[in-house]
Design a protein around this ligand. Structure first.
Ligand code: ACO
Length: 331
């Protein structure tokens, strides 16, 4: 197997989730649902919900501090902070700037990237581009969400799916002869499908007061259309990255898919012929945390030894927009 020489290595990861656990049994008391329905349709048993005083930037800062420690770097070493979120602290400035201040990453440039659940694959691709082109040495990529703040807790179609959390990764310049690092990335979107998964709260199309009066400030979703598109797009991304690197599903050691729904993950592995035991799954404990989903899974999988040094790891994600993508990495 001869693969491209990586220019960007993964130096460290970390994640943070709020303490409060909301189980399916708790949800049974809030909306007309059941633990059995949620488990069989989604694979989710519980999710984490932030206390009211917690902000997205604080959650991201906790995750980033762990990633920096894991990488053996100081906040001052970071050249760029890229943050994927759909639930930032404010419309502007960017949540990345709040994180910069909280971390004391005084030498960094900071910005948010809005690519919904695909946010972490998007920002990691940008990190690789910045590092490969010599514009940055160390990039902090963070995915963080407080989805509990934009979920309608009376809508059983959506409120059972989401959770809060943040994950972070430090991407750094690889030594010249490195076999470890980012081998390939692929990004795609389809703006014709924006209406299938969206939230209008805080946007400028309609005044916020009107949106709130019409009760349209929450996540809305056409579940079955999203499901089909997620399976097709994530499978396409996996197949494309495998094909252009002359790999098959057998060559992949670990697949980190976006943790939206176990049925979506199972359908993707079936289509792409990757063995189920290679798939990292934590949707049962955290639900769908959007841009935080892959970096939380990645950090947890590295921490627990599910991912081992030298293994070939494929990240694949899909989200609102629609946006999707994949990243192939030698750990
Ligand atoms: N509890 C009990 N019943 C429910 C619930 C609930 N929480 N939610 C919906 N139902 C009902 C529906 O009202 C419907 O009832 P009806 O037949 O009387 O009309 C019935 O269950 C079946 O609903 P479906 O929508 O057909 O259920 P489906 O099997 O498609 O599962 C789900 C719904 C889980 C939302 C699925 O479509 C899905 O996972 N879609 C992907 C959505 C997703 O992951 N979005 C996250 C953002 S995008 C991303 O991250 C990839």
């Amino acid at each position: 197997m001869s693969l491209k020489t990586p220019k960007t290595i993964l130096l460290g990861t970390g994640y943070h989730v709020p303490e409060k656990v909301l189980t399916n049994f708790d949800l049974e008391k809030m909306v007309d649902t059941s633990d059995e329905w949620i488990r069989t349709r989604t694979g989710i048993k519980e999710r984490r919900i932030a206390s009211p005083e917690l902000t997205t930037s604080q959650l991201c800062t906790f995750a980033a501090q762990k990633a920096l420690k894991d990488a053996g770097l100081q906040p001052e070493d970071i050249d760029v902070i890229l943050l994927g979120t759909i639930t930032g602290d404010a419309l502007f400035p960017s949540t990345a700037c709040y994180v910069q201040e909280k971390l004391g990453a005084v030498n960094a440039a900071a910005m948010d990237v809005q690519a919904a659940c695909a946010g972490f694959v998007y920002i990691s691709t940008l990190a690789d581009a910045l590092i490969s082109s010599g514009k940055a040495k160390h990039v902090l990529a963070i995915g963080g969400e407080l989805l509990s703040r934009i979920v309608d807790w009376t809508d059983r179609n959506t409120c059972v799916l989401f959770g809060d959390g943040a994950g972070a990764a430090v991407w750094s310049r690889a030594p010249g002869d490195s076999t470890r690092g980012v081998i390939d990335t692929y990004l795609k979107s389809d703006g014709r499908l924006t209406e299938l998964l969206c939230s209008y709260g805080g946007g400028t199309n309609t005044p916020l007061a009107q949106i709130v009066a019409e009760n349209r400030q929450f996540i809305t979703m056409k579940g079955q259309e999203v499901f089909k598109a997620a399976v097709n797009s994530m499978s396409e991304a996996v197949e494309l990255v495998l094909a252009r690197n002359n790999l098959t599903g057998d060559d992949i050691d670990v697949l980190i898919p976006h943790q939206a729904n176990i049925r979506i993950m199972n359908a993707v592995v079936k289509k792409t012929k990757i063995a189920e035991e290679k798939v990292y799954v934590n949707v049962d404990r955290f639900g769908n945390t959007s841009a935080a989903s892959i970096p939380i899974a990645l950090a947890e999988a590295r921490e627990t030894g599910f991912i081992k040094p030298g293994q070939l790891v494929l990240h694949v994600s899909f989200g609102g927009g629609f946006t999707w993508g994949a990243l192939l990495l030698r750990e």
